[in-house]
Design a binder for this molecule. Structure first.
Ligand code: NAD
Length: 586
């Protein structure tokens, strides 16, 4: 293992010798990371390095993998019972007096479910974090239930998972998998992982891959059929479980975990927009979630409060979200919605006091940490400074919401170039700076993320009274679409939110070109009244923003008038051109 400070030892058990590596101080809580198929312990190196700052981290090569020896004969040497013996031998060696926190990925998680549900490990495990590997027993019951009462939905779920399990059938054929792995497949696998799974190239997978994969075929052959036929009926987890589900996993359906609370009563669910190999593609997020889960279970006292209780707590808990224009209106409501979901929030606004107030409130309603920052989004240098500070002190932003914006009303011929400059500086350049500076950091980190830009229905709704504002928002919409295409390959989603009329402060600060100060004030008051009568709350826009991130939506019209305008702009643009000529009654 190439990680600095790694200490290696050998543990003998049941006729094999396991290669075990430890990182971090031994007095701290122990986290044991178990790898999957076809992997070795090195799949965890990125996560282990991060966890070792706070924990005693232990990794081992499963029998027949990496630098551990293989059982002889291979057949019958990989049963879950024998793998449980190995786990207990490792735990006895590295943490004889204290239960360990178990983390498993893929087959490491399949094993982890066995460890966490059998009697003889009781008292030896403090918690279990599972990713991309269900319990074979739970899976067996899942199938039986759907076969015995096959409603159309259940049949579709069965077929869906059946199609995703093609490789399991192949691995049950004799000799062929071994030949393939030791031949062409073994050679091509690293490139396939890089291309299909977006696993960054580097020192993983290791040179032992062909023999790991050949030996590991016995994991399937020794266990799958037996457990599918006769799943254990007592497979209840005796430890708290954190389930991390990558939503883009091509091998496992999310539906497999429906009803898991029956088997694991103390269950915390997390979802991640990622493919199967999360230990390589999302090490920051995994280390943060594992660290949080372990720490909460180590602290003495009553059962820990779960951070965030909102609808999307499973998705955003612990993530870092930066919202601009967060002192008021849609930005403030968005910061609160993310806070409710347990995200860490950076509230940015040119109104520093307002941003600080939002951060204070965010902490009160569920955000584990929140900060207010006073920055003008149109000031490129200030935005650069902000990004440097945020990266150094709080981390790389997972979700960026470029929301700050100002209103400007008035005919084109009444709008001065100074007016144009102001509105474009904030509404367009503010978004460009945010996307460029924070988007670059996200892309360089290589672990995905999401950018939301607040455009407006005005982006596709021409009007003779809002030429500058609408132009700025149309540009934001197109920028979002272009950026979405560019960043898709880096797992960074981009969404443009297009609200219609929302009851916020924007009307009382919006400029009206071509009228004197008294008339401007009158129009501001009148439009504020109209927006108040319409009374669409900013909280509903915030909900749409979180939903857009979760489902990676491209363009999201919010409010009925915005949805209607979007449809007309596509199917009957002539109608909108006629409406555009109407005199606004402000
Ligand atoms: P708001 O006035 O309530 O909030 C806007 C916030 O942005 C304020 O706190 C303000 O201080 C901040 N801000 C303005 N310029 C800034 C700058 N240069 N740097 C940093 N912060 C700045 O308005 P809102 O309605 O919540 O607007 C939020 C976004 O939604 C804007 O982009 C707006 O164009 C868009 N929008 C609003 C509506 C609506 O009806 N309210 C409709 C469509 C789109």
């Amino acid at each position: 293992m190439t990680v600095a400070g790694a200490r290696e030892r050998r543990v003998r058990t049941g006729g094999v010798e396991l290669c075990v590596v430890e990182l971090g101080e031994t007095g701290r809580p122990t986290v044991v990371l178990v790898h999957g198929y076809p992997d070795s312990k090195e799949v965890w190196s990125e996560v282990a390095e991060r966890l070792a700052e706070h924990f005693h981290v232990v990794l081992y090569d499963v029998r027949g993998h990496g630098r551990s020896t293989a059982p002889a004969p291979l057949r019958g040497g990989f049963t879950l019972e024998k793998l449980t013996d190995d786990f207990l031998a490792v735990v006895d060696a590295v943490s004889p007096d204290r239960p360990v926190h178990l983390v498993g990925h893929d087959w490491g998680s399949v094993q982890g479910w066995e460890f966490a549900t059998v009697r003889r490990t009781e008292g030896r495990i403090a918690s279990f974090t599972s990713m991309s590997g269900p319990s074979l027993d739970h899976f067996g019951h899942w199938i039986k239930k759907r076969m015995s009462r096959p409603t159309p939905r259940r049949a579709a779920q069965l077929l869906g998972q059946g199609a995703k399990s093609w490789y399991v059938y192949l691995l049950h054929t004799p000799v062929l998998p071994e030949l393939a792995w030791r031949g062409p497949l073994g050679k091509r696998w690293p490139k396939m992982l890089e291309r299909v799974e977006k696993v960054p190239a580097g020192d993983y997978p290791t040179a032992s891959l062909p023999s790991d994969a050949a030996h590991g075929a016995w994991l399937y052959r020794d266990n799958v059929r037996a457990r599918m036929r006769r799943p254990r009926t007592d497979a209840y987890a005796h430890v708290p479980v954190q389930l991390i589900t990558p939503t883009g996993d091509v091998y496992l359906s999310e539906r497999l975990y429906d009803g898991l609370e029956l088997w694991a009563p103390d269950l915390l669910r997390r979802t991640l927009p990622a493919k199967h190999w999360v230990p390589r593609t999302r090490p920051d997020q995994l280390a943060a979630w594992i660290g949080e889960f372990v720490t909460a279970r180590e602290e003495p006292g009553p059962a820990p409060e779960r951070a965030g209780a909102g609808r999307y707590a499973d998705r955003f808990g612990g993530q870092l979200v930066l919202v601009t224009g967060a002192a008021s209106g849609i930005g403030r409501a968005t910061a609160f919605a993310f806070a409710e979901a347990g995200a860490r929030v950076v509230a940015v606004d040119r109104d520093g006091e307002g941003a600080a107030r939002t951060a204070d409130m965010a902490r009160l309603i569920g955000s584990p940490q929140a900060w207010g920052e006073c920055v003008d989004v149109s000031d490129e240098q200030a935005m650069e400074k902000l990004a440097t500070k945020v990266a150094a002190e709080y981390g790389i932003v997972d979700v960026l919401v470029n929301n700050a914006g100002i209103g400007l009303s008035g005919a084109f011929l009444d709008t001065t170039s100074e007016d144009w400059k102001k509105v474009l500086d904030v509404n367009l350049w503010g978004v460009i700076h945010g996307c460029r500076i924070f988007g670059k950091q996200m892309a360089e980190r290589g672990q995905g993320g999401h950018i939301v830009n607040t455009a407006s229905a005005a982006a596709y709704l021409p009007s003779k009274s809002l030429p500058a504002y609408s132009t700025s928002k149309a540009a934001v919409l197109m920028l979002s679409e272009c950026l979405r295409a560019e960043l898709a390959g880096r797992s960074i989603g981009v969404s443009a939110i297009c609200p219609g009329i929302v009851n916020t402060n924007i009307t009382s600060t919006a400029r009206f070109a071509g009228v004197d100060a008294a008339e401007e004030k009158r129009r501001q008051e009148r439009s504020s009244r109209l927006y108040g009568i319409r009374n669409f709350p900013p909280e509903k826009v915030a909900d749409a923003i979180l939903e857009a991130v979760v489902n990676n939506r491209a363009v999201v019209p919010v409010t009925p008038e915005s949805k209607g305008a979007r449809l007309l702009s596509r199917f009957a643009p002539g109608v909108l051109r006629t409406l555009a000529k109407l005199e606004p009654r402000l």
